[in-house]
Design a protein around this ligand. Structure first.
Ligand code: PMP
Length: 290
C-alpha cells in the first residue's frame, strides 16, 4: 500500500505517496501515541468533515497531545489532499502521532505530526457478502472498562484487539467479529457500530465504553425522522435470538446488513434496506436548487 502513485499531505506539504515515511523511533509507533480518523468524500464533499476533525483533535487531547492545526486548517488540508489526488469519491485517513525527538514513555516535547492520505475504497466488505448479509464471529476479546483506557479516543492502541479479533474471524471464515464489553454486553464490531430490529423498533447498545460513531448518530437521526423508534440500551448476547434484523454502521462500512452472528440468524429486510437507502441519500451532496 505504500508504493502507490499519489500525494500524501504531511505536516503541511504534499509529498509523493512512496516517500511519506517516519522514523522507526517515533513515540507513536512504540507507545501507541497515535490517533486517526476515517472519513468519506462523496462527490467531492467529505461527509461531516468538521465533526471528524474535531474528533481527531479530541482524541489527541485524550492522549495528552495537541494537534498543531485548527479544525478549519485540518478541513482545508483534507479538501486540498482530495483535489491534489484528483479524487471526489474517496476514503480519507488523517493520522496524528508523537514524533521521535525523545525515546521513553514520557515525551512531552516531541513534535506532533499530522498526515492525510486519501484513496478509493468503494466497499469495506466484499460486495457479495454485503448483499447477502455478513456472517459475524463472536470475538474472544472484550471492549475494556472506560476506567482502564480513554475509550472515546479513536486511538491506534485501541485497535489492537480489533485486528486480532478480525484476523481470527477471517481465519474462521467470517467477515468480521462482534465484540462484547467488559461486562458481557454487546458492544460493537472491529470497525463499526451494531444495531438490531425487533417488532419494528431499533435497539442499539449504549455507547458507554466504545466509539459513538458519527454514522451511528446519523442513522439514529434518520430512523427517528422516519418515525422509527430507536432504543439505546444494554443488550445481552442471549437476546440476539429475539431480533429479526441486524446491521452495522461506520464511515467505511456505511450501513451493512448482517445475516448471522455465531449461530444467531437474521433476515435483512424492511428497516435495514430503508436505512441503507436513506443513508446513501444523506451522505451525497444535495443538488443545488436551480
Ligand atoms: N467503532 C469502531 C471501532 C470504529 O473503528 C468505527 C469506525 N471509525 C466505528 C465504530 C464507527 O464510527 P464512524 O461511524 O464515526 O465511522
Amino acid at each position: 500500500f505504500d508504493q502507490r502513485d499519489g500525494w500524501i499531505w504531511y505536516d503541511g506539504v504534499f509529498v509523493p505517496w512512496a516517500d511519506a515515511k517516519l522514523h522507526v523511533l517515533s513515540h507513536g509507533l512504540h507507545y501507541g501515541s497515535t490517533v486517526f480518523e476515517g472519513e468519506r468524500a462523496y462527490g467531492g464533499t467529505i461527509f461531516k468533515s468538521a465533526e471528524h476533525s474535531e474528533r481527531l483533535r479530541l482524541s489527541a487531547e485524550m492522549l495528552d497531545f495537541t494537534i498543531p492545526y485548527t479544525i478549519g486548517e485540518i478541513d482545508a488540508a483534507k479538501k486540498a489532499t482530495l483535489e491534489k489526488n484528483n479524487l471526489v469519491d474517496a476514503y480519507v485517513r488523517p493520522v496524528a502521532w508523537r514524533g521521535s525527538e525523545m525515546m521513553g514513555v514520557a515525551a512531552q516535547k516531541n513534535t506532533i505530526h499530522l498526515a492525510i492520505g486519501v484513496w478509493e475504497w468503494p466497499s469495506y466488505f466484499d460486495p457479495e457478502q454485503r448483499q447477502k448479509g455478513l456472517r459475524l464471529d463472536l470475538s474472544e476479546w472484550r471492549r475494556p472498562d472506560p476506567a482502564t483506557i480513554p475509550c472515546k479516543a479513536k486511538a491506534a492502541g485501541l485497535y489492537m484487539i480489533c485486528t486480532i479479533s478480525k484476523h481470527r474471524a477471517e481465519r474462521r471464515g467470517y467477515a468480521d467479529a462482534l465484540m462484547l464489553d467488559y461486562r458481557g454486553y454487546v458492544a460493537e464490531c472491529t470497525g463499526a457500530n451494531v444495531f438490531f430490529v425487533k417488532d419494528g423498533v431499533i435497539h442499539t447498545p449504549t455507547p458507554d465504553c466504545f466509539l459513538d460513531g458519527l454514522t451511528r448518530r446519523t442513522v439514529i437521526d434518520i430512523a427517528r425522522r422516519h418515525g422509527i423508534e430507536v432504543v439505546e440500551r444494554h443488550i445481552l448476547p442471549e437476546e440476539l435470538a429475539s431480533f429479526s434484523e441486524c446491521f452495522i454502521t461506520g464511515t467505511a462500512a456505511e450501513v451493512t446488513p448482517v445475516g448471522s452472528i455465531a449461530d444467531w440468524h437474521f433476515t435483512p429486510s424492511g428497516i435495514t434496506h430503508q436505512l441503507m437507502d436513506s443513508y446513501s441519500a444523506e451522505v451525497r451532496p444535495k443538488q443545488q436548487a436551480a
